[in-house]
Design a protein around this ligand. Structure first.
Ligand code: PLP
Length: 405
């Protein structure tokens, strides 16, 4: 008897694996082969959490109970999260919050809890690469109104209104945005919220994981639909994570605040899947959320400086890129170089050929914009080591300058 591998589920056959992780893996492989690759591809904030976070983690190891913990999250984490929401002006009871495996795990489980087969989910494009794939995995249909470069990659209220149908179940709204770094102003968020107020059948999933990372006044947070329209609370879900704000992507702690029935559904779901988050990351995240927040201001100054350097370099190269106002990404248009040829003889026909040639010929990793719904762009994550960023931008400039028509 031969031992052929039996078929996998049809559910996964249409799934696009994360392009971001693919690029990171390709860069890692080149590095392992001894090539001095510089990566501007992965969304890590480029700093580590403050010392008290590690102390809390060590203490949690020492105090291990040997027991399972509450599915909602440890008491300390739930309390710290509720207090952090309170500081933002949002009051959520214990029954209205829960922990999840990162913001990513939260979004996936939320979609499982909200979306029936055939339901439409509005995802403004450019979007975070995982949104449409998650929606499709749960049987939903992504509907992606395109935010134009000319409008700073932000959708208009008219575009949102046109995207809403009777089949719309939810909108995924990320402010500031990965991949564009654009920040909807308070007035712009309020105008979108006003449209959503007229569509009572639509859930609003606010992916707020970058809302501390904006280049405004110290301590300023991104505007929220609940600021102008608190009446939307009964159908708004707030997703948070310690990954970006606290420099803790590897700890995998995300949090959700939402109406109790939805939180109950998430808890029922995780009671049959992941059970709860590991104790040590929860203790670390609780310490991050409840400890001093003054570590962030110098990081924002650093990110602001690296943003300015990145944008100046891109403009020098002649690449169009709206000025990011938050997060740590830039999303330049590269269509102006399509059709050109690299010194090694590669014709750049699209985002993928651009990124592949840039990686192989200039040893710089960036992510093709197609993964984010705009194949005429690339995504640059500029939060990493400052000297490496400068060198990577110099290589990118040299690569672009050497292209032949
Ligand atoms: N949402 C957005 C827009 C993101 O960019 C990311 C990560 O890059 C996530 C959610 C998930 O982050 P995590 O799972 O690390 O909390």
């Amino acid at each position: 008897m031969t031992s052929a591998t039996p078929a996998l589920s049809s559910r996964l056959q249409a799934l696009q694996p994360s392009a971001i992780i693919q690029v990171a893996n390709a860069a890692r492989a080149l590095k392992a082969a001894g090539k001095p690759v510089l990566s501007l591809s992965i969304g890590v904030p480029g700093f580590l959490p403050p010392a008290h976070v590690y102390e809390a983690a060590h203490k949690a190891v020492d105090a291990d109970s040997g027991d399972y913990l509450p599915g909602r999250g440890s008491a300390g984490l739930v309390q710290a999260f509720r207090a952090s929401m309170q500081a933002r002006g949002f009051d959520y009871a214990e029954a209205e919050v829960c922990a999840q495996v990162g913001g990513k795990g939260a979004l996936f489980n939320l979609l499982l809890a909200l979306v029936n087969p055939g339901d439409e989910v509005i995802i403004p494009a450019p979007y975070w690469a995982s949104y449409p794939e998650m929606v499709k995995l749960v049987g939903g249909v992504p509907v992606c109104p395109t935010a134009s470069v000319a409008n700073d990659y932000k959708i208009t209220p008219a575009q949102l209104r046109a995207a809403i149908t009777p089949a719309t179940k939810a909108i995924l709204f990320n402010n500031p945005s990965n991949p564009t770094g654009m920040l909807y102003t308070a007035a712009e968020v309020a105008a979108l919220a006003a449209v959503l107020a007229e569509a009572p059948h639509v859930w609003i999933v606010a992916d707020d994981i970058y809302d501390h990372l904006i280049f405004g006044a110290t301590g300023e947070r991104a505007a929220h639909v609940l600021d102008s329209h608190p009446s939307l609370r009964a159908r708004t879900v707030l997703v948070q994570s310690v990954s970006k704000t606290y420099g803790m992507p590897g700890w995998r702690v995300g949090m959700v605040a939402a109406p109790k029935p939805l939180i109950d559904a998430l808890l029922a779901l995780t009671s049959q899947s992941t059970t709860h988050l590991p104790a040590v990351p929860m203790a670390a995240a609780a310490a991050a959320l409840s400890g001093p927040q003054d570590f962030l201001a110098p990081q924002l100054v650093r990110l602001n400086r690296q943003r300015d350097e990145t944008l100046a370099a891109l403009r020098q190269m002649g690449l169009t890129c709206p000025m990011p106002q938050g997060a740590f990404y830039a999303f330049p248009q590269i269509t102006s170089v399509f059709g050109k040829v690299t010194p090694a003889g590669t014709r750049l026909t699209d985002d993928l050929s651009f990124c592949t040639a840039l990686l192989n010929e200039a040893l710089v990793a960036v992510v093709p914009g197609g993964a984010f719904g705009d194949a005429g762009a690339i995504r640059i994550s500029y939060a990493g080591n400052a000297a490496e960023l400068t060198e990577a931008l110099a290589r990118l400039a040299k690569f672009c300058a050497a292209l032949q028509a």
